[in-house]
Design a protein around this ligand. Structure first.
Ligand SMILES: Nc1ncnc2c1ncn2[C@@H]1O[C@H](COP(=O)(O)OP(=O)(O)O)[C@@H](O)[C@H]1O
Ligand SMILES: [Mg+2]
Length: 308
């Protein structure tokens, strides 16, 4: 598989203090690479260094040490820029324009003109679901719609590598689902997508691989399945025929008990606890076992373990 992007011991210090005499390390020797067609998630809590990483990749910042290679060249090279689309974390647009006018402007900046431009603008606005409102001034748009304008802007030059900084943040569940579907469409069209997020469930459903950053360091990276494999999940036991007294006694041994129906409950056992003694206690109290199943460790478990 061809490597689209490579980070090699990438480090960034920012000057801090009144005269900038001191420095703060925002990124510390971070290395990873992306192959063509991957959807890659850059995860981490606020201040972890995600935005700094993305800015170094697109050439908005220069590394203190280490290297970024985009399509074999330096970030900011003409060839790299032409192949790259970027959605900033908080895009701001001149909102007296319509989405169509704004996109036509960006298309022009990318050297797209004439009939090509008209066709491309219409296509990309349709792709992000703004086709119907493209002639309305953007001051009438919701936050989710503005986020989609930002996405359209990132996609106007049909980039081979799409970089999105927190594309789901501030969106409602429907908006998030739409962005997820758009990312999957990009993947199906063989684009490479790198996005940052602190919403782990989105990353879990979308990404082939992820990297977890904390305090500027790469804590873990790899396929989601590999990162979660071998982690201890808990057990979930479902019981029936349970009296209120039995539920109360059993509940004390669990992290959560949820009522499903009359006398029927789901119990989540504490991490690392085997289900057999719990089941014995339950049957001893007159309950009947319906099922017992291990719960899979999630990306969230890995994340919490790595960043805390
Ligand atoms: N221009 C800057 N000047 C000084 N410090 C910065 C600058 N940009 C980011 N930082 C610091 O670098 C660290 C990483 O920030 P950032 O990359 O924005 O994190 P994230 O996107 O993961 O929330 C933070 O401690 C932040 O305060
Ligand atoms: Mg950020």
């Amino acid at each position: 598989m061809s490597v689209v992007l490579r980070l090699d011991r990438l480090t960034k210090d920012f000057p801090v203090g009144l005269f900038g005499w001191n420095t703060q390390r925002a990124l510390d020797e971070v290395s990873f690479e992306l192959s063509r067609g991957e959807v890659f998630g850059l995860l981490g809590p606020n201040g972890a260094g995600k935005t700094t990483t993305l800015k170094l990749i697109i050439g908005l910042l220069r590394p203190t040490s280490g290297h970024v290679t985009v399509f074999g060249g330096l970030p900011g090279d003409r060839a790299a820029r032409a192949a790259l689309g970027f959605l900033p974390e908080h895009p701001v647009f001149y909102d007296h324009l319509t989405a169509e006018e704004l996109l036509a402007y960006f298309a022009g900046l990318c050297g797209i003109s004439g009939a090509d431009r008209t066709r491309r603008v219409a296509q990309v606005l349709d792709d992000v679901g703004l086709g119907d409102v493209r002639r309305r001034p953007m001051r009438q748009y919701s936050k989710g719609m503005l986020q989609r304008v930002g996405l359209a802007q990132a996609l106007i030059n049909e980039p081979a590598l799409v970089i999105l900084d927190e594309p789901m943040s501030g969106l409602d569940p429907i908006g998030r689902r739409e962005v997820r579907e758009l990312i999957l469409k990009l993947r199906d069209a063989s684009r490479t997508v790198l996005f940052s997020s602190h919403i782990l469930s989105d990353a879990e459903t979308l990404c082939s691989r992820v990297a977890i950053l904390a305090r500027g360091r790469l804590m873990a990276s790899g396929a989601v399945g590999d990162l979660t494999a071998g982690k201890v999940g808990g057990w979930e036991v479902i019981g029936a025929n349970l009296s209120p007294a039995a539920v109360a006694a059993l509940q004390a041994r669990t992290t959560r008990a949820t009522r499903i129906a009359h006398g029927r409950y789901t119990f989540e056992l504490r991490e690392g606890e085997r289900p057999e003694p719990f089941i014995a206690a339950m049957t001893g109290l007159g309950g009947a076992l319906v099922s017992a199943s291990p719960t899979r460790a999630t990306l969230e478990d890995v994340f919490v373990e790595q960043v805390s």
